[in-house]
Design a protein around this ligand. Structure first.
Ligand SMILES: [Zn+2]
Length: 318
């Protein structure tokens, strides 16, 4: 499958093609978006780097292209979160490094693809940072993530971040549609309500949505030990299982919340909101990941976004 067939992300595709043609390849890339979108591009890039035709494109049929597509090329490494912990752990990073420092067996350029890179835990990120600082020769890293803000600033700053637009294949969720209605009222307004009032309204509805979302995930991951299980499991084991499920529910909640925030950002972008508003959403995502007062953070962010929206329209009228 050559470049021209990667049709769903034309801007990203052209950026990669150009940097390949100019031989100006950054050694670490963050592909920010859904994996259904980012993974094919990362694999295509790995193929273009190693295709036997060596014309900057990829044929999809030579041995190198076929092996990369099938996930069995010895110099194209894929790293995924361990299924049990749902994290990327330090031994996985070490093993990846070992593979990368070996001489390439076939490839012109070795490639490491880190799926859900935001799931690197703290120590894994530290280890990976060292790899980024002293990268193995002729090696490219692709970090695929829907939540780049979960990565440490030191990792982010060493990578070239490429935003992907949302996939067209994924249907818009009910919540996303609801948010768009609220955003219309926040920004594009027909009502005469002042900006603080609209911001407060949006923030409290969004908070209510997040609360329902959290409860939904907790219910989905709740475990109902029946009597037999209760007898066969030690209390400590039950507690451990409950804690694991709880952590999974929390991770799912955070993932979904990040997706909703991204949708808000995309909507604002599509409506021509100023760049400062888009940054506010980034800042908000970062704040929410820390230990902040959620309602307050939301109100402040959306007040600024509402005000920026008003200013844009006033400028248009002038
Ligand atoms: Zn090929």
């Amino acid at each position: 499958m050559p470049w021209r067939d990667l049709t769903s992300q034309p801007l990203v595709r052209d950026l990669l093609k150009r940097s390949l043609a100019n031989d100006r390849l950054h050694h670490a890339w963050i592909f920010a978006g859904e994996e259904s979108e980012t993974e094919p591009v990362a694999l295509g890039f790995a193929q273009a780097l190693n295709c036997e035709r060596e014309d900057g494109d990829f044929c999809g049929i030579c041995a190198a292209c076929a092996d990369i597509a099938a996930g069995r090329h010895p110099d194209v490494h894929a790293l995924k979160a361990a299924s049990r912990s749902r994290q990327i752990l330090i031994p996985q990073i070490r093993e990846l490094e070992r593979g990368l420092y070996l001489k390439a067996s076939r490839a012109r350029v070795k490639v490491a693809i880190l799926h859900t890179a935001d799931r690197m835990n703290e120590s894994a990120q530290n280890a990976f940072l060292k790899t980024l600082e002293e990268p193995p020769p002729r090696t490219l890293f692709f970090l695929l993530t829907e939540e780049p803000h979960q990565l440490r600033e030191t990792v982010l700053s060493r990578c070239l971040r490429v935003p992907f637009r949302p996939g067209t294949r994924r249907a818009k969720s009910e919540r996303e549609s609801q948010i768009e209605v609220w955003l219309e009222e926040l920004i594009a307004k027909k009502t005469e309500a002042p900006a603080p009032f609209r911001a407060f309204g949006f923030a409290s509805r969004f908070l209510g949505m997040l609360k329902a979302l959290r409860e939904e995930k907790q219910a989905a991951f709740a475990v109902d030990f029946d009597a037999a299980a209760k007898e066969s499991l030690e209390p400590a084991q039950r507690k451990e299982i409950e804690e694991q499920l709880d952590a999974q529910a929390q991770a799912e909640y955070l993932r979904e919340r990040a997706r909703l925030l991204r949708r808000i950002q995309q909507w604002l972008h599509a409506r021509g909101a100023p760049i400062s508003s888009l940054r506010r959403v980034d800042d908000l995502a970062r704040l929410l990941a820390g230990n902040v007062n959620e309602p307050l953070a939301l109100e402040v962010a959306f007040l600024q976004i509402a005000q920026a929206g008003v200013e844009t329209r006033a400028a248009e009228k002038a």
